[in-house]
Design a protein. Sequence first.
Length: 232
Amino acid sequence: MKMKGLAGRLSTSLFKRRKSAEKDRIINKFHQLYYNSGHQEGTWQNTYWFGIPILKCPLDLWIYQEIIFDHRPDVIVESGTMLGSSALYLASICDLVHYGMVITIDIQPRAGRPQHDRITYVTGSSTDDTVVKRVKTMIDKGNKVMVILDSDHSEKHVSRELEIYSQLVSPGCYLIVEDTNVNGYPVFPNHGPGPMEAVEKFLQARQDFIVDRDMEKFYLTFNPKGYLKKVV
């Protein structure tokens, strides 16, 4: 009887593993379909916020508004402004909760970016000492800060950003590393070491951040393992 019980438990465990593997396969296949379609100007490259192209997965944007609503950050620091649509999105959510401001950094100035009372544009590399000092001067002592990293996606650059901007994140708030899905996780396999590798090395050396997989509840996310919550 004990052997039958053990066999039953092993069979159930094997079934669950196979079911989980099949679920992961389906999620990854859809992720690849959605992402790769974007390169033909479909899906995420054909998505807009108030008429401005926003190169994000809408499911991640939904998570961002939940985080902003729940945590009410005083300051959101974004690296990688591009057209300014994500900064406008973040500022729009701050408008809805009547709280917060956005500091967005990009190496290139660009005419026509949206203007908003809650947005401050900073030109320069996110890892440049002058830029970092300027950003810090705009954050008051006691401010609650969250950070979103979406600039140069090389492992070296993201690692440096993590080293710098993790210091600004408030306990209980988030450091979001975008596009951890590239280099085969599960898309763009030829990208080379990037955000995912930087995150993994960062977490090996740190105990004050954890990966919050609850933020991946919609299954499709461009930021797998990229929602880092500061716990101390």
